[in-house]
Write a protein that binds this ligand. Structure first.
Ligand code: KG4
Ligand code: ZN
Length: 357
């Protein structure tokens, strides 16, 4: 089965052709990083305009690089949500029009489920139950996946996502967007023991994450030490490198500790770490150490598949199509789309806190 994946939930316009849910014939990504860099983050209106300009050429390129004709595509999988509404709408409308024109099935994919499927191309088949940490700029979730297509949300962030925390601290340090890679680079030459930052504990005892306190702690630390970020693009000070190392360590410890303790409790057969933050080598090393001590296999996507891409959307869509799922032409973008489909959340907790999923 040849599935065309389309992804446009945030600041990457992407299209990919995937065969049988596991072989990438092509994967094209048009990144908007340079467009948004002067603003230090994604500007939604600019993002949707850019998607509109890029979607058709990127899809055409994906088809031609795959060496197939458009008429050979069996189905289309498109990111339905969560994400930015204007950005999502471009992909969803384009995908629906194309599916209608070609008279082939279309399926909507949850972007986070897409990240889960990003590991299927370069790793052995996922053995269920799996435990998956999805960490990106918009999401920080730990899912228990007892069987294909069933998701129970174990942990989520109560405020900022892990990638967002990297991005915000990087901005304070005068580093360019996106902040994750910039912090990782500085942290390589920094000493985390010289700039320690706290790991938030949630007072109701849930295994959730929280990163907004870290952001505040770093802001206070920078202020107390009268830090002024360099604006000339020159070499960062040793002090800034130590702060980067301390921040990175705090974020990684929080993510890995919770994943490790949950794995001890739930006994999964596979650990998965995916999403843009999974590019971080220090996170990979720490997660690998935890997997080793649990005697579990751990799967990561390669760099190209860690950040937003359409191959992962095609793979997730293929699984849905195989399970008999199809969308109608009334498929809409849904910015609040949730992935959990077993064991509804504790209603009392939901009332108290706002979540980012
Ligand atoms: O998955 P992704 O491309 O987009 C979302 O779905 O959000 O993730 C982007 C996020 C950004 O916050 C970026 O700073 C972070 O992933 N990121 C990293 C690294 N590379 C990207 N964070 C830490 N270390 C990295 N090397
Ligand atoms: Zn993503």
């Amino acid at each position: 089965m040849l599935v065309l994946g389309i992804e446009s939930s945030c600041d990457e316009t992407a299209a990919a052709v995937v065969c049988d849910g596991k072989e990438i014939l092509s994967s094209m990504i048009s990144s908007q990083i340079e467009l948004h860099r002067p603003f230090g983050g994604v500007v939604p209106e600019l993002a949707s305009r850019e998607h509109l300009a890029k979607i058709d050429p990127i899809v055409q390129e994906a088809i031609s690089r795959a060496g197939v004709r458009l008429e050979e595509i069996n189905a289309i999988a498109v990111t339905q949500g969560p994400g930015l509404i204007g950005s999502l709408l471009v992909g969803v409308c384009y995908a629906k029009a194309l599916a209608y024109g070609l008279d082939i099935p279309i399926v909507g994919v949850n972007h986070i489920e897409g990240h889960f499927y990003s590991v299927v191309f370069e790793n052995p088949p996922i053995e269920y139950p799996a435990l998956a940490l999805i960490v990106s700029g918009g999401h920080t979730n730990l899912f228990y996946v007892p069987e294909e297509g069933a998701y129970k949300l174990i942990s989520r962030t109560r405020d900022d996502a892990a990638g967002e925390a990297f991005d915000k601290v990087a901005k304070m340090l005068g580093l360019s967007y996106p902040g994750g890679p910039a912090i990782e680079r500085l942290a390589l030459e920094g000493d985390a023991s010289r700039a320690r930052f706290p790991i938030a504990k949630i007072s109701d005892g849930k295994p959730d994450f929280s990163f907004s306190g870290l952001k505040t702690a770093v802001a206070r630390y920078l202020r107390e030490n009268e830090f002024t970020p360099r604006t000339d693009g020159g070499e960062a000070s040793q002090w800034a490198k130590d702060v980067a190392a301390g921040v990175q360590q705090s974020i990684i410890r929080s993510l890995v500790r919770t994943t490790e303790s949950t794995a001890r409790e739930l006994n999964p057969k596979t650990l998965i770490v995916a999403g843009g933050v999974a590019c971080n080598l220090a996170l990979r090393n720490e997660a690998e150490r935890a997997a080793g001590s649990l005697n579990l296999p751990i799967y990561f996507p390669s760099k190209h598949l860690s950040t937003d891409n359409a191959a992962m959307i095609a793979a997730a869509g293929t699984a849905k199509l195989r399970a008999g799922k199809r969308a109608g032409l009334d498929l809409g973008a849904d910015i609040t789309l949730r992935l959990q489909n077993i064991d509804l959340e504790d209603a009392a907790t939901r009332r108290k806190a706002k979540y980012k999923l």
